[in-house]
Design a protein around this ligand. Structure first.
Ligand code: 0RA
Length: 654
């Protein structure tokens, strides 16, 4: 889970930065392309913030991955260099350097300067070509202050340099080498990007994921200090599942592993059951995370349900169960990774991360049916454990249904009224309404007095909400705070009933104190939204308020500060105006309740001055990992995690 730094007034993604004009007339088309990329970078890489910046690395690495998928490469080296540039090296075939007969330029130069040229080279069966990926090295080149490529081919080392996309001379042979491969180094252009600082943890997360997905590949990541981490997983997806469940208690000795090929499609699946109640299924097509699922996931679910059900029936494992199993019963505690390699993937859906190829469904289904049945026959003890788990889910589903029926009339969730604690806003148009979920009654009081009641609603929570990571569905619905939130949002709840369309507010803003309790409550709320109302996060509806930490006063002058650096620079500048004689008073806000309503409004709630953090799930696997670590049962990993990440937690007063 990322709390991306995004102001409510979204910064313009357009820039008007020209490319150098030292380019001949025959290059006009190339120049047009580069210019367009530099003018509208977001069209090519998503945005010009941290996310887009990291996409540059993925684009280059994807080319090396294509070589890997084609069977030509087993090694990738990624270096975050001390000067802020990034180097990617592979041992693939090397970008060709011979002259293209019609264009009169080297293939290397075309790959690096013609937008979309990468796709014109047939580099193997499973080209990465979905989502934001696949725009090619030329886009990275166009968005780099400079970029240097070395190609190791035919016993030679070839070299070419570019500045803001423009070649600085032709490709030349600069030496001899018996290696093969490609080395690309680029410096992201600070004229384009709001931040040019690469984060090691973000790079590592993706490189680890790629190594899980390509078991023959070894990826080394080197940081600016020269420290290296090597990712190479001979067990592939099996190790991926173990990694995902490292903080959960597994019910199996080891994950079940499936591998099969049919026509040109490759299917790889690993799965296991753990003692929690959530399902975690991650799916990939050609190494791209298919967040919206698709035909490969449908095939997986059908085969899993059918095979396990058939096995249980045949072996009379359901004798004392008085109800039929449903697809949902197989989801509780399931962790699975599905990875398919498809020659011509069709991506659909809102974010183009849903696989559409219909043939893939039956291929996955057939392969899983066959191999899982075989596995079941030779591992009856494992199957017993799984079927027990599934039966538990079915019985709890039935118990929940009965309980719901009994309390239906009284149930708050079914009543049309709003919770009593909610101080609602007066206008009705959800797009313009905001809900502040506030910690505690006293902060709630300040917020109620400080707000603009026309469009801002306040919902004060009493202390902590339930940790949904450890609770079954019907337990959650018995929790007052959770019921109150669901009611206020208006979205209803549960797989069938939940609907974003019924959401009563365009923005849901979590506003907690800047202390440990506040951080905990925020995490509990985020866990709830992530596990049970993920669509709200994906739709960009969930935000975190940013109250100031300090009030710096000197005489009549006063200014707020959001962190220690800001506090120091404010007090320094106050001292200088008043020539060192200033009597500076610094107030540290521990809780929202310490601010009066006017202060809370002007610093934290007034859309003209506040800044909010937008909550986004950059990587579902990573988010799952964070929540299962922070909220799960195992204590050790939680302690490790907190110790390791403590230095990232800045605005926390322990
Ligand atoms: C075009 C054609 C061939 C390889 C590549 C591009 C290629 C591109 C990149 C980018 C990073 N690493 C790369 N490795 C290879 C095929 C060349 C051949 O047939 O020898």
């Amino acid at each position: 889970m990322q709390e991306a730094d995004i102001n409510i007034t979204t910064p313009s993604t357009q820039s008007t930065i020209p490319v150098p004009s030292s380019y001949g007339a025959n290059n006009i088309q190339v120049l047009d392309g580069i210019e367009h990329v530099r003018m509208r970078p977001a069209m090519y890489i998503g945005d010009i913030h941290s996310r887009g910046l990291h996409h540059l690395v993925y684009e280059i690495v994807d080319n090396s991955i294509d070589e890997t998928l084609g069977g030509f490469n087993d090694y990738i080296f990624v270096s975050l260099n001390p000067d802020g540039s990034v180097t990617v090296i592979d041992r693939g075939r090397g970008i060709p350097v011979d002259i293209h007969p019609e264009k009169g330029k080297s293939a290397l130069e075309l790959v690096m300067t013609v937008i979309g040229a990468g796709g014109k080279f047939d580099k193997g069966a499973y080209k990465v070509s979905g989502g934001l990926h696949g725009v090619g090295a030329s886009v990275v080149n166009a968005l780099s202050e400079w970029c240097e490529v070395e190609v190791y081919r035919d016993g030679q080392v070839y070299f070419q340099r570019f500045e803001r996309g423009v070649p600085q001379g032709d490709v030349k042979a600069i030496g001899l080498s018996d290696q093969r491969g490609t080395k690309t180094t680029f410096m992201p252009d600070h004229l384009i990007f709001k931040t040019t600082e690469f984060r090691k943890d973000i790079i590592i997360d993706r490189m680890r994921e790629l190594a899980f997905l390509n078991k023959n590949l070894s990826i080394t990541v080197q940081d600016p200090e020269g420290e290296q981490e090597i990712f190479h997983f001979e067990g592939g997806l099996k190790e991926f599942v173990l990694f995902t469940d490292q903080n959960r208690m597994s019910l199996l000795k080891e994950p079940i592993y499936i591998y099969g090929e049919r026509d040109t499609t490759i299917v790889e699946i690993a799965l296991q059951y753990n003692d929690t109640y959530q399902e975690n299924v991650f799916s990939y097509v050609n190494n791209i995370n298919t967040q919206e699922g698709g035909t490969h996931v449908t095939g997986f679910r059908k085969a899993l349900t059918r095979t396990l059900n058939a096995y249980a029936q045949k072996n009379e494992l359901l004798k004392n169960l008085k109800l039929a199993l449903t697809g949902d019963d197989f989801k509780e505690g399931l962790t699975a990774v599905i990875s398919v390699k498809v020659a011509e993937p069709q991506f659909e859906g809102q974010t183009k991360t849903k696989l559409g190829n219909s043939e893939t469904q039956s291929i996955v289904e057939t392969i899983l049916n066959e191999q899982l049945s075989d596995y079941a026959e030779s591992n009856p003890n494992v199957l017993k454990v799984i079927i027990e788990k599934v039966k538990g889910a079915a019985m709890s589903r039935e118990a929940a249904r009965k309980a719901k029926e009994l309390t239906r009339r009284k149930s708050v969730l079914e009543s049309s009224g709003l919770p009593g604690k909610l101080a609602d806003c007066s206008i009705n148009d959800p797009e313009h309404c905001e809900l502040y979920i506030v910690e505690g009654d006293s902060a709630g009081g300040s917020a109620k007095q400080g707000r603009d009641r026309s469009f801002q609603a306040i919902l004060p929570l009493k202390g902590k909400i339930l940790n949904v990571e450890k609770a079954r569905l019907h337990k959650m619905l018995e929790n007052e705070e959770i019921k109150t939130i669901i009611l206020a949002l208006g979205t209803s709840f549960g797989e069938e009933e939940f609907s974003t369309e019924k959401l009563r507010y365009g923005k849901i803003i979590i506003m907690t104190d800047a202390d440990v309790d506040g951080a905990h409550i925020r995490t509990l709320l985020l866990t709830f939204f992530f596990r049970h109302m993920r669509a709200l996060i994906d739709a960009g509806r969930v935000f975190i308020a940013q109250p100031p930490l300090y009030l710096v006063k000197s005489g009549k002058e006063q200014q707020y500060a959001w962190d220690d650096d800001e506090r120091n620079s404010i007090s320094d500048s106050m001292k200088k105006m008043q020539k060192g004689k200033a009597n500076i008073h610094i107030q540290r806000y521990k809780g929202l309740g310490e601010m009066n309503p006017e202060q809370l409004w002007s610093t934290t709630m007034d859309p003209a001055h506040r800044s909010l953090l937008l909550v986004s799930v950059e990587n579902a696997m990573e988010a799952d990992h964070v929540f299962s670590t922070l909220m799960g049962d195992k204590v050790e990993p939680r302690r490790d995690f907190i110790e390791k990440n403590a230095r990232y937690v800045r605005r926390l007063d322990v």
